[in-house]
Write a protein that binds this ligand. Structure first.
Ligand code: A3P
Length: 321
């Protein structure tokens, strides 16, 4: 069962059928397109159209994550931050109170280019706030060549894995029963996961952030959880819209943190009972929103295996999980 029912083009279906494949879990299979793991012909269609047609603007702000790394949270935080002059955070009419963050900051390959056509982006005002799950190497050249800003949110792979493990269940996908946690875990460790390998995804953006820190900001989910105000101020400085002293003393930073908190967003009517314009229920994006939930799922063998892989993959990079 696909997330959406509309049919991909024959060309994409045929191309997908020629690609190496593995068992999947959010989709029944994962297909490897030039090093990138993709679940459906429609996603491939979106990826290709995005790569071929997207024209970046220097003022674009593009949010990047692997699935289940806290994308929804990052979208809320950056939307509230960038639009704080237009939409006062304490106001009763703030868009985040009535719309899910995915409707306010749309995915490029999974939404705007999903139909394989060139979308009309003329209603987006500058700076355009957009998002993607694509690895750095697969981004359209126009993004790589532009001065657009990339904000990358990374999450501990253990919690990302657990969140991914739960996601098909939350979407109500039926074949989940046939997947054991061990089987999915082995795939994840091998790098077989949506828009993965996870390891290359994280490392490539990490390296880009070190090379060009005014262009790519690398954030960690766990650090935002620990000190949200500090990370929000980092974000504001990176986006060249730092908080003024007046804003800080009047509590704007805290208000944004509160507005975007798991407790607040997940309890809003819109996120409890409404759907995205794509038909996906908003509540699927909110589960526990905690650090360390992996401890409730990992066996000793899983802990050892992942520790070993993490060490191998990220040693010498300066990254720590
Ligand atoms: P869990 O499954 O561990 O609870 P994504 O947004 O990339 O799909 O990631 C979803 C994960 O982020 C889920 O993790 C979800 O609960 C968590 N999440 C969603 N909104 C959040 C928020 N405002 N603050 C912290 N975590 C949030």
């Amino acid at each position: 069962k696909c997330l959406r029912e509309d049919e991909p083009s024959e060309e994409c279906k045929n191309l997908l059928a020629t690609l190496p494949k593995e068992k999947g879990w959010i989709s029944s299979h994962l297909y490897n397109y030039k090093g990138l793991w993709i679940g459906h012909a429609k996603t491939l269609q979106g990826v290709l159209a995005f790569q071929q047609h997207f024209q970046a603007q220097d003022s674009d702000i593009i949010l990047v994550t692997t699935p289940k790394s806290g994308t929804t949270w990052l979208k809320a935080l950056v939307f509230a931050l960038v639009n704080r002059m237009n939409y006062p955070v304490s106001g009763q009419h703030h868009p985040l109170l009535f719309k899910n963050p995915h409707d306010l900051v749309p995915f490029l390959e999974l939404r705007l280019y999903f139909d394989g056509k060139v979308p009309d982006l003329s209603s987006f005002t500058s700076p355009r706030l957009l998002s993607t799950h694509m690895p750095y190497a697969s981004l359209p050249k126009s993004i790589q060549d532009s001065k657009s800003k990339l904000i990358y949110l990374c999450r501990n792979p253990r919690d990302t894995f657990v969140s991914m493990y739960h996601f098909p269940n939350r979407l109500g996908l039926s074949y989940i029963e046939t997947n054991s946690v061990e089987e999915i875990f082995d795939l994840f460790c091998k790098g077989v996961s949506h828009m993965g390998p996870f390891w290359d995804h994280v490392l490539d953006y990490w390296k880009e952030s070190l090379k060009n820190h005014t262009r790519v900001l690398f954030l960690m989910y766990e650090q935002i959880k620990e000190k949200p105000e500090i990370q929000l101020k980092r974000l504001a400085e990176f986006l060249e819209c730092p908080f003024s002293t007046e804003e800080e003393t009047s509590g704007v930073v805290d208000e944004i943190v509160k507005l975007c908190s798991f407790e607040n967003l997940s309890n809003l009517e819109v996120n409890k009972n409404e759907k995205l314009s794509t038909g996906v229920e908003n509540k699927v994006f909110f589960r526990r929103g905690e650090v360390g939930d992996w401890k409730n799922y990992f066996t000793t063998e899983m802990v050892e295996k992942l520790d070993h892989i993490i060490e191998q993959k990220i040693q010498g990079s300066g990254l720590k999980f």
